[in-house]
Design a protein around this ligand. Structure first.
Ligand code: MCA
Ligand code: AMP
Length: 467
């Protein structure tokens, strides 16, 4: 099937190095489209299905794809946007139907697999940026392959495994970590359209491994009959993309007898560190650097700090990306002179190399495993009438880990209506980026340098969701 999809791509003049931008719902066919793109040496660029047409326009302009594959239901909204960038727009539904299928019917299958260099780019994964502009992390064939092979070994994948896949496939976690482990081992996946605890409960007796963000596990804990018996066959629950609370880890152990294996990753480096399969899995830690990855914890001068001291986590290895698409300066600023990528995560490492992520240097909120850079939302709100300035923060949220809060300082003579503002923002921003709570203040707290003190705001609104 992937050869037939590759034939369709070829017939549309997609060649090696071209970008194929894809915003489609999750389905097995979407995976075949991913494989077809790699098969002809083109670059797969997946987009979150929650992005609005305005947001998609940015990615089309930035990635300059030869082809944009979208859902039939969004075709009318996107056709002009695609035309402006010169990309062909084709549609693709969850059953494979759409104009891409029509192209496939008239095309010859491409049986051969394009020869690519290990450093050629296989995929660009957009990740939001501190400037408010998304950056495309370029991952090479070797980045993907080396990391997957390392994980298969590390997590002990074997022929008899069955993987429960309930993650979206527009991010590193669902598309690369989960799918590559399964496909390279030729094991079955139970491929759910989305995370639904009841459906997961139905699948549990048949599966042996599950991967998820912490919200999956907190939601499962609240599902009736989720206990030791229901996950008897499961040998491994893996968590990542956001911090797993120690209390969740312990509650999970008490309810099921299973020790969740927490690991740490980034779009720029796929998987970086993991608790061990054999050996102690310590809640609140992400374990050790993967076998072929070097991690160090450094101060602001890029000098390693002592064991158990806090610093910024830096890494080097075959998993580390090739840079940000068309942003050489940004890329250069995020690597040290000796080639380590600066993650922006604050961490500690003990004498044995065990790592604990303790916070973030970057101004980033992670809600339900999805990253939100405040700057983008602040700019969207500041552009609205009656707003003087805005600070976006993440505060504790029992279900999502962090919930998004807007703290707004109204312009003189204006009053902010939170409900009306949310309604205004919804068509402009993907749903997960719309603040769940809005508060108004007379002025934002600032330090002597004039920088907004988000820590003060996080403290002040810490019980916004969990009073
Ligand atoms: C959906 N909504 C959200 C989120 N997801 N709001 C905040 N945070 C979210 N994560 C909003 C929708 O806009 C909608 O709002 C309402 O919630 C219901 O939407 P629905 O789709 O039904 O939500 P859900 O099914 O409950 O989704 C929550 C979820 C999902 C299951 C946690 O977001 C999810 O699957 N997250 C996983 C993300 C992921 O794969 N991350 C990996 C990144 P309204 O009702 O107002 O319209 S890769 C990564 O981080 C690195 C590499 C790593 O280490 O893995
Ligand atoms: P993304 O840009 O979506 O790839 O998200 C990467 C970020 O998610 C990392 O830089 C971390 O801040 C965070 N992250 C991923 N896994 C973990 C984890 N296990 N614990 C804490 N933070 C994590």
């Amino acid at each position: 099937m992937s050869a037939r999809y590759a034939g369709a791509l070829r017939s549309l003049d997609v060649t090696q190095g071209d970008r194929v931008l894809v915003q489609v719902d999750k389905s097995p066919y979407a995976l075949l489209l991913y494989l077809a793109t790699l098969r002809i040496g083109a670059i797969f660029v997946p987009l979150n299905t929650a992005y609005t047409p305005t947001e998609v326009a940015y990615f089309l302009g930035d990635a300059q794809p030869r082809l944009f594959v979208a859902r039939p239901k969004t075709e009318d909204d996107l056709v002009d946007i695609a035309r402006n960038t010169g990309a062909a727009l084709l549609t693709f539904d969850t059953d494979g139907a759409g104009s891409l299928a029509d192209a496939m019917a008239n095309a010859e299958a491409v049986e051969e697999i394009a020869r690519t260099d290990a450093n050629d780019i296989a995929s660009i994964i957009y990740t939001s940026g501190t400037t408010g502009r998304s950056k495309g992390a370029m991952l090479s064939h070797d980045n993907l392959a080396s990391n997957a092979l390392t994980l298969i070994d590390l997590w002990g994948f074997r022929e008899t495994d069955v993987l429960l896949h309930a993650l979206p496939i527009y991010h590193v976690h669902g598309l690369f970590v989960a799918v590559h482990c399964a496909m390279l081992c030729g094991i079955s996946m139970r491929f759910l359209e989305r995370f639904d605890p009841d459906e997961v409960m139905r699948q549990l007796p048949a599966i042996t491994v599950m991967m998820g963000v912490p919200t999956f596990y907190t939601r499962l804990l609240q599902t009736s009959d989720f206990n030791q018996g229901s996950c008897e066959r499961v040998r491994l629950f893996i968590s990542g993309s956001a911090p797993l609370l120690e209390q969740t880890w312990h509650a999970f152990f008490e309810q099921t007898g299973q020790r969740i294996l927490e690991r740490y990753g980034m779009s720029e480096a796929i998987m970086i560190a993991s608790n061990p399969l054999e050996g102690e899995r310590i809640p609140g830690t992400v374990g050790y650097a993967l076998a072929d990855v070097t991690i160090r914890i450094c101060d602001n001068e890029n000098q390693p700090v002592a064991a158990n001291e806090t610093g910024v986590l830096q890494m080097r290895g075959p998993n580390v990306f090739k840079g940000y698409w068309q942003m050489p300066e940004k890329t250069a600023s995020e690597f040290t002179d000796d080639g380590f990528f600066i993650s922006g995560d604050m961490a500690k490492m003990d004498e044995h190399g065990r790592i604990q992520i303790v916070g973030r240097e970057k101004d980033l909120v992670i809600s339900g495993g999805l990253n939100i850079y405040p700057k983008e939302i602040e700019e969207a709100i500041d552009a609205l009438d009656g707003v003087s300035e805005t600070a976006i923060i993440g505060v504790p949220h029992a279900d999502l880990g962090e919930g998004l809060v807007a703290v707004i300082c109204p312009a003189a003579g204006f009053k902010i209506e939170p409900e009306a503002m949310i309604t205004t923002l919804k068509p402009r921003l993907a749903g997960f980026k719309v603040p769940r709570k809005i508060f108004t203040v007379d002025r934002l707290p600032r330090n002597a340098m004039g920088k907004v003190q988000k820590n003060v705001l996080r403290e002040k609104f810490s019980d916004a969701f969990d009073p």
